[in-house]
Design a protein around this ligand. Structure first.
Ligand SMILES: Cc1cc2nc3c(=O)[nH]c(=O)nc-3n(C[C@H](O)[C@H](O)[C@H](O)COP(=O)(O)O)c2cc1C
Length: 486
């Protein structure tokens, strides 16, 4: 390597032999732009995706695309189901999206679809009655009584062996749709508490069959999915896995287990593994502790360089990858993508130079500055500095609910921060080129309610009218009973 800027070097992926033009990756960020009645890709999604790809990243990961519309993370996710593969109109929409994710005509960005199953993190707006998990262990969200009607997540039922067979085929079908559409590859989402991540977790996986118990059994479903995808798709198709370094919870998936699963995956033709961490119960992916989240996001400080306290704590999982490198040394090559907390060109370049990581994943910095990758790649053009001096925009989000109990505030804060960023993605989907750093609190609060509880657009007008009528009648009955009693 000749250049000082390691970020700008290309990378050949070991199994598919596809070439990432540089080391920066747009990490998956749920776009929630699809029409909730169809869950197909649409023009807004294409516009936002192309804008992100043109920002310079070498690899673009889409937001999570769901393999089963009954168990999505949000009503407006894209879903990829068997019927879509046979529908030329739907496939045309997919092809258009794939092209946009490469950066449009002639684009060189590697486009990867993140495929996922919501598991037990399925909000009631998607499925009021039931979610799915290895065992029927409900989410425990801080400040919200477990399994109560107050929870925005329905209690999960335990997956049967038929469910497991169905899940495997669904992941393979989603990979085939992605391939058919012209995407360069897929990423199997096995992190952040979604279905595959709960199978790995001894806290949620209490099964006594071949899919539960020791770590080999708990990782069986993930490995079977990867094996089937590798078997049924061409070897030039990129296959990646997003894995937790740990769940950061007592009794959850541990670092040692993550290293063991990584070693297994290295034998299955995985081009790159992306490390992250945490679940909805403990959002380590956004910063190992809540303080990090609060430091990053409280009040807008538009455009200033990232502050020193953040810089010192950047890259949440860097200590883990040092262990992973050692653990994977004797295994077939598998590139390491590390996501979470990168904010300065210096930290990124240093980590690449010392060989700690192969790829750098960025999420929030790109949602407020899609051109950040270009700034890192060609710092002289953009800021007159070397890569060592380039930092992400610093910003904070006002959270006007400090009066709430700490536990509930934590849960709310996670959701509201996600919504704030998702609203920015929606702006890009509408052709805006700049984020709104002073977004009023109302729209993103509304977006959170829609996301978690009720999305009116999900229902055809007749069903919606019927729902409003039923709820209206229930309201009238409650009001008259109350009047009677009082
Ligand atoms: C708005 C938003 C949406 C996200 N959606 C996804 C997703 O669909 N899939 C996923 O694996 N991670 C998702 N993440 C997590 C990011 O990929 C990433 O792991 C996390 O934001 C930490 O990286 P950062 O510090 O660069 O933001 C999301 C994060 C944000 C802020």
């Amino acid at each position: 390597m000749t250049s000082q800027n390691q970020i700008a070097h290309s990378l050949t992926l070991p199994y598919s032999k596809r070439i990432a033009p540089n080391r920066l990756v747009k990490a998956a960020t749920t776009e929630q732009l699809a029409d909730p009645t169809t869950n197909h890709p649409n023009d807004e999604l294409g516009i936002a995706s192309e804008y992100f790809a043109k920002g310079g990243v070498g690899i673009l990961l889409t937001g999570n695309v769901h393999v089963d519309r009954r168990y999505m993370e949000a009503t407006r996710n894209v879903a990829a189901e068997e019927k879509d593969l046979r529908d030329p109109v739907v496939m045309a929409k997919w092809r258009k999206w794939a092209k946009a994710c490469k950066g449009g005509e002639g684009g060189k960005t590697l486009s990867i679809v993140q495929i996922s199953h919501g598991g037990r993190q399925v909000p009631r707006s998607v499925n009021w009655w039931s979610s799915l998990a290895p065992s029927s262990v409900s989410l425990e969200l801080a400040g919200i009584p477990q399994s109560s009607l107050l929870s925005p997540f329905a209690p999960p039922r335990a997956a049967t062996l038929e469910d497991i067979e169905d899940i495997i085929s669904r992941f393979v079908i989603a990979a085939k749709i992605s391939h058919e559409a012209g995407f360069d590859g897929i990423q199997v989402h096995s992190a952040h508490g979604y279905l595959l991540s709960t199978f790995l977790s001894p806290k949620v996986n209490k099964r006594v069959d071949a899919y539960g118990g020791n770590p080999e059994n708990r990782s069986r479903l993930l490995c079977e999915i990867v094996q089937r995808i590798r078997k049924e798709l061409p070897s030039s198709f990129v296959v990646s896995v997003k894995l937790n370094t740990a769940d950061f919870q007592k009794g959850g998936f541990t670092e040692e287990e993550s290293l063991l699963v990584s070693r297994r995956l290295a034998h299955l033709g995985v081009d790159f593994i992306e490390y992250s961490g945490g679940t909805y119960e403990c959002a380590a992916m956004m910063g190992k502790d809540q303080k990090m989240v609060d430091t990053l996001l409280i009040k807008n400080n538009n455009g200033a360089a990232v502050r020193q306290s953040t810089r010192e704590r950047e890259s949440f999982f860097i200590d883990f990858v040092d262990k992973a490198r050692v653990s994977l040394k004797e295994e077939p090559p598998m590139m390491i993508l590390l996501t979470g907390g990168w904010r300065s060109g210096k930290a990124m370049n240093d980590a690449l130079t010392r060989g700690a990581v192969d790829l750098i994943g960025l999420a929030r910095p790109l949602l407020v500055e899609p051109n950040f990758a270009n700034r890192l790649l060609t710092p002289v053009t953009y800021s007159g500095d070397s890569v060592q001096d380039v930092t992400a925009l610093d910003y904070e989000i006002t959270q006007p609910y400090h009066f709430l109990p700490e536990s509930l505030r934590q849960t709310l804060s996670q959701q509201l921060q996600a919504s704030w960023h998702i609203v920015q993605i929606h702006r890009f989907g509408q052709g805006e080129t700049q984020p709104d750093m002073n977004l009023p609190f109302g729209p993103f609060l509304l977006d959170t309610v829609r996301h978690l509880v009720f999305d009116p657009k999900k229902y055809p007008k007749v069903v919606l009218a019927a729902q409003v009528a039923v709820w209206g009648m229930i309201g009238v009955v409650i009001a008259s009973i109350a009047k009677h009693i009082l």
